[in-house]
Structures are given as C-alpha cells and as structure tokens.
Design a protein around this ligand. Structure first.
Ligand code: NI
Length: 172
C-alpha cells in the first residue's frame, strides 16, 4: 500500500464530477487500499478518490474511534436512494481544507446503495456521524465541498483562514 498525495482546495480536480467505475477489479481495489492508508495516515475518517487526484466514484470511510478496532467501509459508485426529512447540524472538516472546520446542516439519515470492496451490491442505512461522513464523501464525487453548503460569508471566512494558515506555514 502506498500513501498518496492529498489534493487541497482549490485544486480543480476537487470541483469535477467523478466518473462511474465500470468494474471493481484489482486495480480499483489497489486504489481503495491506498486511499485507506492515506486516510489513516492523515487521521481522517473519510476520503474520496478525487481528493487523491483520481476522478472516479469511490470513497473510503472509517468512523471507528482510536480505542476501537478499525472498521473500514469501501463504497464504489455510491448513490443516496433515500434521505430523512429531519436534518442535523454537525461540525465538519476535510483533508482537502486542512485544519478548518465549520458546521453543516444535512439530512440526519441516508440510505446508500453502492458496490463494496468485492464489487458486491450493498445497501446501508447511515445514521448519526456515519450519515455525516457518507454525505460529505459522496459530495466529493460531484465536485462539492462542505464549504459549498455554507453561506457565502461563512465560506469566505473559512477560505481566508485557510489561506492565512498556509501563509504562516510558508513563513515559519
Ligand atoms: Ni472532504
């Protein structure tokens, strides 16, 4: 497994609509393995293929806490087939916008149809934090970042803070 480079905002690959995966083959599984390793190395709980510069519809998620066993979830060609009317607000971050966080409102529960690591068709009801993580990662496949859900003012605040932290990093 190889740790991959994570592309950061505003790289254009993050704004692209990703392509459907035709088959979950060994090449796809190798990408999923590398994505998982990259996500763990960066202490993330989700990563979408566009974030490593691959415009394909694939995500990895693991919301297990540090004191729990790893529980990786691989989703290829995921689709939300149902979402709750009820919404919840949760603070989100993204490896493509390092060190930034903001509150985002999303449906509290979603049902997702996807292909797993072996290409098997699956369905999952995601609730609580898994619902947040899954919707955040699936958004990446359509070129949507969590800051796109914020008001213009709040989005500008996050982007300004990100630019400032980058300047400080370069100066220091
Ligand atoms: Ni993200």
């Amino acid at each position: 497994m190889t740790k991959l480079k994570v592309y950061e905002y505003p790289h254009p690959v993050l704004k692209q609509k990703a392509d459907k995966v035709s088959e979950v083959d060994d090449e796809m599984r190798a990408l999923l393995d590398d994505m998982l390793e990259t996500m763990y190395a960066e202490n993330g709980c989700g990563l979408a293929a566009p974030q490593v510069g691959v415009s394909k519809r694939a995500v990895v998620i693991d919301i297990a806490r540090e004191d729990e066993e790893p529980a990786p979830l691989y989703m290829v060609n995921p689709e939300i087939v149902w979402h709750s009317e009820e919404t919840e607000v949760c603070e989100e971050g993204c490896l493509s916008l390092p060190a930034m966080r903001a509150e985002v409102e999303r449906p509290a529960a979603v049902r997702i149809r996807y292909l797993d690591y072996n290409g098997k068709a699956c369905e999952l009801l995601a609730e609580d934090f898994l619902a947040v993580a899954a919707q955040h990662e699936l958004d990446h496949l359509d070129g949507i970042l969590y800051i796109d859900h914020l008001s213009r003012l709040k989005r500008q605040m996050v982007v300004k803070k990100l630019e400032k932290s980058r300047r400080e990093k370069n100066d220091g």
